[in-house]
Ligand binder design. Structure first.
Ligand code: BGC
Length: 372
């Protein structure tokens, strides 16, 4: 600490010198505060660095903070961005308790873009940029229906168990409802049977909460899978598991792999985020699919939007489209409908793993592993 204070005057002098030497731009570039919800899901670490790089590329200063899936921590990050003069905040929130600090930002005239996750229960911001999250779920449901050959099925049902994401993350509801919009008709037709709790939609809050995974934490999902295997799923063989993202897909697979019943054949497992480890599992035939959301493009689009807002221009983002008609509901905070810009997710199976690879989504070392 002492050392830190000791170097402060030196820094102050050198920055004053810098300014007087004509590099005034450096200290007057507007600051963008980037609030990231968590680090235990890899995508968010990448999102933080992509957003910062995109902001700096466009001449802004940028600060990133990660909140460890705790909204109080994130609220402090947001307040600290404002205290050092941030002009705009890009916020991937944790839960609805973000609303009060978003109201503070609004009062101070600081612009806010909700990033990937909608900030619910707030009327204090105007923009949201994300993927079509309902479609994410639809793609998962379609992949399962195709792999289980449910359209052609008439005999005994296939067995599935259901997992959802964090009940405090609005995205988790869209993912689940999208998937169930595809799977429910097969359940009703008797060719697919749910083992364990079944919520027809997330509106069945009691059952949805049984399926949901607190803070998207892997130990939570793994423990629930272990319990299922000992109880509801003990007398059956699971053919499929709806897992809402790759992190949780790995968690449930760990539990399943420990059960000798599945030594020869694992259930078909979905996922999301196209994480490298899961891409390897897909390549090796252990995971059915993932959903590729090119977060590098999402970050670029968010900063294009930020730049246009800060310059007072009408937003026009080449790589995203404005949600209209039925899609507008994706931007309903419960207090207002915010302008929502969407990107489309892509289903990835063994057959098109080249898509995220060719998009440059993985490091060189990961790419060569995937191409072996
Ligand atoms: C994101 C997913 C991510 C999950 C857990 C969701 O809001 O859209 O990409 O897997 O959070 O971090």
């Amino acid at each position: 600490m002492k050392k830190f204070f000791a170097i402060l005057p030196v820094l102050a002098i050198s920055s004053a010198l810098f300014t007087s030497c004509g590099d005034a731009k450096k200290t007057t570039e507007p600051l963008i505060g980037i609030a990231i919800p968590e680090t235990h899901v890899t995508r968010w670490v990448k999102d933080g660095s992509s957003l910062k790089a995109e902001a700096e590329k466009r001449g802004y200063r940028a600060q990133v903070q990660h909140a460890d899936a705790d909204q109080d921590i994130q609220n402090r990050h947001i307040q600290s961005f404002m205290s050092v003069g941030a002009k705009l905040l890009v916020v991937g929130s944790v839960d609805e308790n973000a609303a009060p600090v978003i109201a503070e930002a609004n009062k101070k005239g600081v612009e806010v873009i909700a990033y990937d996750r909608l900030i619910p229960n707030s009327e204090d911001y105007d923009y949201y940029i994300t993927f079509n999250n309902f479609k994410v779920g639809v793609l998962m449901g379609q992949a399962l229906a195709a792999a289980l050959n449910l359209d052609a099925r008439h005999e005994a049902p296939k067995n599935i168990t259901l997992f959802a994401g964090a009940p405090t993350d609005g995205n988790a509801f869209f993912f689940y409802d999208g998937a169930m919009s595809v799977l429910n008709p097969y359940i009703e037709r008797g060719v697919l049977k749910v083992v364990g709790p079944y919520a027809k939609t997330s509106d069945d809050r009691e059952n949805f909460l049984k399926i949901a995974t607190e803070k998207w934490l892997t130990p939570v999902a793994k423990a629930r899978m272990e319990e299922l295997l000992k109880n509801e799923a003990a007398g059956v063989t699971l053919d499929a598991i709806l897992a809402p993202n790759d992190n949780l897909a790995r968690a449930v697979m760990e539990a399943v792999k420990a059960d000798p019943k599945y030594a020869a054949k694992l259930p078909l497992v979905t996922g999301q985020d196209a994480e490298f480890e899961n891409a390897m599992l897909i390549k090796n035939g252990q995971q059915l699919c993932t959903i590729f959301k090119n977060t590098a493009i999402l970050a670029e689009a968010a900063i294009i939007l930020a730049d246009q807002i800060l310059k007072g221009e009408t937003p026009n983002i080449p790589v995203a489209y404005l949600a209209t008609g039925d899609l507008e509901k994706l931007g309903n905070t419960g207090k207002k409908v915010v302008k929502t810009y969407l990107l489309d997710p892509v289903l990835i199976t063994k057959d098109n793993l080249n898509i995220p690879i060719e998009a440059g989504f993985y490091t060189a070392a990961e790419t060569s592993e995937l191409q072996k």
